[in-house]
Design a protein around this ligand. Structure first.
Ligand SMILES: [Zn+2]
Length: 425
């Protein structure tokens, strides 16, 4: 079935050409899709004759952007850690909390204790909220299991969520999140286990498409990360990194060396590391919610962009340092904290986010032949959307051509002059 959306005030196509701030916006636009695929995008006045006779949906002057892509989350976990929010408010540091038995280790204990069904239901509930924000794809990391049964439990949950909807899922294996407590005095054994057994098994069973490592004084060294990421690459898993978050550790440099698809965090990335990332085409994923909650210095986003690095924006949703899955809030914070323009934040949460998780060929921009994933926003422009922050400005989310979220009540209150209102099909 062919569908036509008309009366769009501005449509941000977010194509590959140009730089971070080039959204290839079309004013007074229309969008045509057939089943799960976009067929035509352009000015409504130029809508081809073959589509004019089709009953069209009325966007009522909304902004339309590609479906947002949250390219860095830790979606599946047991328990919460609101106690650490209090500790941090009182001045405890990330490492103070971790060394006192909190942090990632606390979530590992709670996640090991949770059943697969509990984790599935909870994650599905998160996604039902997330899709309402205009998000069409979520990257989900394991990493709160740190043993084979629990890591596989998390990755199975993500596979089930991918099949069940409402959003698309990209799974990342993060067995190298921290050294599990039971391996504290024999860390090399844990690294060998990941390399020799766990990573090949995850790849063989197609439980993930990416492999991530947290490089930090309280997590993995550069040399350990290099070995783990190379093992992942050999198995067919694309390398990603948590790099230079709490201090400089050579993470950006290693990301370039192993040709990672992304290096994430980067608050303390060096100039040499940034230059190396640019030369190798590594996407920088910035996580301003974590920067805010940890009260850290901001990511040098301007320096990254000026160096030619594509800068993606994501939430880092997790129970400790970023307990929010609100991607539009992260985008507004990227403007406020990281000196990115609204246009740059939008490209960072669409095309460049798709690139950071290896799905750019199918998602991230509104172009003929790509997936019909888009969000209809109650704002006249991307600038107005991210400036006038509200709990939710998204009125409709379409994924693979199907409406997955629609706020018909608010849509009805907007002025209309074109066609019928969209409805759930
Ligand atoms: Zn993370």
């Amino acid at each position: 079935m062919i569908s036509v959306l008309r009366n769009i005030s501005s449509l941000a196509r977010c194509c590959e050409a140009g730089g971070q701030s080039d959204l290839h916006a079309v004013a007074r636009a229309a969008l045509v899709w057939e089943g799960p695929t976009i067929r035509w995008v352009g000015a409504e006045a130029e809508l081809p004759a073959e589509y004019r006779a089709i009953t069209s949906f009325d966007a009522r002057g909304c902004l339309v952007v590609p479906g947002l892509i949250d390219c860095h989350t830790h979606l599946g976990f047991g328990g919460w850690r609101s106690n650490e929010f209090v500790q941090r408010s009182l001045g405890w540091s990330y490492h103070d909390i971790q060394f006192a038995g909190g942090g990632i280790h606390a979530s590992v204990a709670a996640t090991r204790a949770a059943t697969e069904e509990e984790l599935f239901t909870r994650s599905e509930n998160f996604l039902r909220e997330i899709v309402r924000l205009g998000v069409s794809t979520v990257e989900c990391k394991s990493g709160y299991g740190l043993n084979d049964p629990t890591e596989q439990k998390l990755l199975r949950v993500y596979a089930r969520l991918a099949a069940a909807g409402p959003v698309k899922i990209v799974s990342t294996f993060l067995g190298a999140h921290v050294i599990p407590i039971e391996y504290r005095d024999r860390r090399s054994e844990y690294v060998d286990l990941l390399i020799d057994e766990t990573i090949p098994a995850v790849a063989r069973d197609r439980l993930a498409t990416c492999c991530d490592v947290f490089v930090d004084a309280a997590a993995f060294t550069i040399d350990e990360a290099r070995r783990i990421l190379r093992a992942g690459s050999r198995a067919g898993l694309a390398p990603k990194m948590h790099a230079d978050q709490l201090s400089w550790g050579g993470g950006a440099e290693l990301a370039a060396e192993v040709k990672a698809i992304s290096a994430d965090h980067l608050e303390y990335a060096s100039d040499a590391g940034i230059a190396a990332m640019s030369a190798r085409g590594v996407v920088a994923v910035t996580l301003p919610l974590a920067t805010l909650y940890l009260r850290q210095r901001s990511v040098p986003a301007r320096k990254l962009i000026d160096a030619g690095v594509a800068v993606a924006v994501a939430t880092d949703f997790n129970p400790g340092s970023a307990p929010s899955y609100h991607l539009p809030l992260a985008m507004t914070l990227a403007c406020v904290l990281q000196s990115m323009s609204p246009a740059e934040a939008v490209k960072g949460a669409t095309l460049y986010a798709a690139r950071a998780i290896g799905i750019e060929a199918r998602a991230g921009s509104l172009e003929s032949g790509k997936a019909a994933d888009f969000a209809m926003i109650d704002a006249p422009s991307v600038e107005h959307w991210l400036y006038h922050f509200r709990p939710n400005a998204c009125l409709m989310t379409v994924i693979d051509g199907s409406i997955r979220w629609l706020d018909s009540e608010r849509l009805e209150t907007r002025m209309s002059d074109q066609g019928t209102l969209p409805t759930f099909t």
